[in-house]
Design a protein around this ligand. Sequence first.
Ligand code: PLP
Length: 393
Amino acid sequence: MTTKPNMHYADLQESYLFRRIAQRIEAYELDHPGTHLYRMGIGDVSLPLCDAVIRALHAAVDDQASTERFHGYMPECGAPFLREAIAAHYRERGVVLETDEVFVSSGASDELGAMLDLFDASSSAMVIEPAYPAYVDANVIAGRPVVHVPAREEEGFLPEPNESARADVLYLCSPNNPTGAVFNKTQLQAWVDFANACGSVILFDAAYEAFIEGDELPHSIFELEGARTCAIEICSLSKTAGFTGTRLGYTVIPRELVRAGMSLRDMWVRNRTTKTNGVSYIIQRGAAAVFTPEGQRQTREHIAVYKRNARVLMDALDEAGVWYCGGRNAPYLWMRCPDGMGSWDLFDRLLHEVQVIGTPGEGFGSCGEGYFRLTAFGTHENTLEALSRIREI
Ligand code: PLP
């Protein structure tokens, strides 16, 4: 007998976007050893963890060296101290959650893939494109039908719901990666109403909520009326607090989210207790420090650095008369490629002529063709140098 693999892997696009970019960079570096590259592509952060987090991590390491304070297995759904800190953080914004509606995870990507367990194998997924590639790929691997909804420049890359968006699971990402577009309350309310009317479940990816300025735009889908009966929110400290390599995220599943008489929150408890043994005690202590007043102040200072990068990028694009969106409430700028150029052509030109790496829009879905993503996550010096190089061409 030969084991049959999951043949859906063969349905995936040739390679994951960031792998494809890495291959082009490797080839360039082989031909041009020692050349410095200015990375404005992959959305990784450049600033280290803030002081409050580092101190909490050190203290937690010391706890693990002490017989009295040592922690073995952690509760699968998250340490109570962290679940409470996250619920309190929501409360400050006027969103009241029960502590056991908050789940600690090792990151948004992990959750976005694992969440598919909550839905029937035949469930369809609606993805607004251009989109973070993991949404489509996780569904392709699971053999689920994907409903692709194109977002267009004319509507600010924020489409309204309509019949063609009907699906069991609706992926929404705001602030958006890659476009940086952010739903306002009216626009997001329309999606909540649509999901409730159709009986769909929204997977709301709020990985970039910390980049929203002020209280006008919604940070959480639970600021909207009716969201508790149709939405799951997936968050991450990756971009908020530089946890890309440290790994911590959190997910909110309200009690009222019930389908076919089954509570998705209760199902997720069962899922987590079966499939994980939780996130490390040390990392959860570090994460809890993010939610202290000192941690909040320090993470805001880091975000301000990225915002400053976004500002100089926006000014330069304004000056050059290039259309773009994002940058204001997001670390991403989504620009139209100049002179009708293809997005991989612009990628190659920037890499070969001025050694700047961006992300071709086509990698986020076919309607991303003709656009290009720049990120504000580099150091300020790197961003300025990359900009002056881009200006050269
Ligand atoms: N969701 C979006 C929209 C992202 O852009 C990313 C990472 O870039 C993630 C989720 C994954 O975040 P994490 O590092 O928490 O897995």
